[in-house]
Design a binder for this molecule. Structure first.
Ligand SMILES: Nc1nc2c(ncn2[C@@H]2O[C@H](COP(=O)(O)OP(=O)(O)OP(=O)(O)O)[C@@H](O)[C@H]2O)c(=O)[nH]1
Ligand SMILES: C=C(OP(=O)(O)O)C(=O)O
Length: 202
């Protein structure tokens, strides 16, 4: 069954604080990473639609311009609250299967996401990040709430919630970028075009 993927993104000036200083224009890099992530996800087999959740006006405009649906954040702050709100909206519309994908996967390959979605089947599932502690993708069971538990130690939290861990040859899906070391790992896997032109101009 195909999935609708929610992609939450903080206001640009607040996002990816540990990457400040890694490049000249921090907000442009965060936007480039998010656009590469969403573009790859939209091209993955098994993804019915990608829906961005953000209250950042610049991001909202650029994603809308690219034909991506954008939902605003909820008044209740925080990542899991934003995801719960998006999940409720989608399920009210009759969407059967909802997932959450992190916005910081600049090397993501559509084939990698498609393979992980196939491996998930109809199970509640999650993909741990390359460090094994965080989560890059969470999938609800069809017809069931997303019940997101993102934050420090979210891989264990999602496993404790009954989600199946997805392990397979999808390094690009596991490579979220919080630090300069993560950016180097993503660069080795092959960056998406917008991130590449920010980091490796010319
Ligand atoms: N829409 C929305 N997205 C959020 C919110 N909090 C976090 N996110 C997004 O969720 C993902 C993980 O967020 P965090 O780990 O809190 O922050 P980060 O920007 O990745 O990095 P740090 O500044 O290093 O903590 C990122 O894609 C964020 O942009 C929120 O309140 N609303
Ligand atoms: C919030 C998470 O991501 P990050 O690696 O950006 O902290 C998480 O993995 O649950």
């Amino acid at each position: 069954m195909s999935s609708h993927l929610l992609v939450p993104i903080k206001p640009l000036h607040l996002a990816k604080s540990r990457l400040r200083g890694a490049v000249g224009d921090h907000t442009a890099l965060v936007a480039a990473v998010a656009h590469d992530t969403v573009a790859a996800a939209r091209n993955a087999a098994g993804v019915a639609a990608v829906v961005v959740i953000t209250s950042d006006p610049e991001l909202a405009a650029s994603f809308a311009g690219a034909g991506v649906e954008v939902l605003p954040d909820t008044p209740a702050s925080g990542l899991n609250a934003a995801l719960r709100h998006g999940d409720e909206l989608l399920r009210e519309r009759g969407v059967r299967r909802v997932g959450a994908l992190q916005a910081d996967l600049p090397a993501l390959k559509p084939e990698a996401l498609a393979a992980a979605l196939r491996a998930a089947g109809d199970d509640r599932s999650f993909c741990p990040d390359r460090h094994g502690t965080g989560t890059t993708l969470l999938l609800a069971e069809p017809g069931r709430p997303l019940d997101p538990r993102f934050g420090a130690g979210s891989a264990d939290a999602h496993a404790d919630s009954g989600a199946k861990a997805l392990h397979g040859p999808w390094e690009s899906l596991r490579c979220d970028v919080d630090t300069e070391g993560d950016l180097a790992a993503a660069t080795a896997l092959g960056l998406g075009p917008r991130t590449r032109s920010r980091l490796l101009p010319g």
